[in-house]
Design a protein around this ligand. Structure first.
Ligand code: ZN
Length: 305
């Protein structure tokens, strides 16, 4: 059953910018985050606490956090991939951390240099530390719908991995189409199966529009009960395994669809469009999102009639 409310988690400052060749200043990143919050976003992934040598776009994670206004009603999320990253995120003041576990064995071994079981064990330790510090913890299972190294990922294996991750006690789990290969039928099946594994758990979807199926996948996820969706203003970002690809599902396109379906997000669509336009100027190119080009519907001038 479709929820009448879906939470939008803005990921442009992290997933969006991380895949852009242009590195924005700390000040510009902070303005992006403040603009998203002004548009009504209440959970936002602001930085990645990873090795700055590996991800130079995220080297100023601490400085970004330090410059953000403290607000009780806004959650700034930090991505952390190990205990050191978690410690940095907590020290920087993040009240929520997102940790990724790859659901493909070959991807995990080859790209992360660890087995899935080991990654879950690390996550379990991180969850204890996070909870001791009063920090909420999400596990994002990545490459759930396809892997750049092994191709199809067996759904049975994904469910085994998700079950093991759930046992570690995260506050939320996300299923991610990291490389943008999923199709809606696959998304519907996987969210339905995961919901059976974890009755009552908050499920979150993370889709990339790499092959133009992102918004259809987002729809399939909410129809199958997802409570939250990640999205990126302007659709900025990319895919590390498809260099010419577009980014995450665009926030404004997603909110447009949800609005017209009568599903509330609490986010102002005009604020998103303006911010996408502004971000395009900062990055020197327009984002792939469609709504800013076509305009909202019905147009504002007809709404008062
Ligand atoms: Zn992503």
């Amino acid at each position: 059953m479709t929820a009448r409310k879906v939470e939008l988690i803005e990921v442009s400052p992290r997933d969006g910018l991380q895949n852009e060749p242009e590195i924005l200043s700390t000040e510009t990143k902070v303005e992006l985050i403040n603009r998203a919050v002004a548009a009504g976003v209440r959970r936002i992934e602001v930085a990645s606490f990873v090795n700055p040598k590996r991800v130079p776009q995220m080297a100023d994670a601490e400085a970004v956090m330090a410059a953000l206004p403290a607000r009780d009603d806004v959650t700034y999320i930090g991505l952390a991939l190990n205990m050191r990253g978690l410690d940095r995120a907590i020290a920087a003041g993040c009240r929520e951390v997102n940790y990724a576990v790859v659901a493909s064995d070959i991807f995990s071994e080859r790209n992360q240099g660890t087995s899935i079981e080991q990654a879950i064990a690390v996550g379990a330790d991180m969850i204890k530390t996070a909870h001791d510090a009063g920090v909420r913890f999400t596990i994002t299972f990545s490459a759930v719908f396809g892997c750049p190294f092994q191709g199809e990922v067996r759904p049975e294996r994904v469910l085994e991995v998700v079950a093991a991750g759930l046992a570690a006690g995260p506050d939320e789990i996300a299923l991610a189409d990291t490389i943008g290969v999923a199709v809606p039928s696959q998304v519907a099946d996987m969210f339905t199966e995961v919901a059976k594994l974890a009755p009552g758990a908050r499920l979150r979807g993370h889709f990339h529009n790499t092959r133009n199926t992102g918004i259809a996948n987002a729809y399939a996820a909410i129809e199958a009960g997802a409570a939250a969706l990640d999205a990126s203003i302007g659709g900025f970002g990319g895919c590390p395994f498809a260099p010419a690809a577009t980014g995450n599902v665009p926030s404004e396109d997603l909110v447009y669809m949800l609005n017209r379906m009568g599903i509330e997000t609490g986010v102002d669509i005009d604020g998103l469009i303006e911010t996408a336009d502004w971000l395009g100027q900062q990055l020197g190119k327009p984002g792939p999102a469609m709504l800013g080009r076509a305009g909202n519907f019905p147009p504002a001038e007809l709404l008062g009639n």
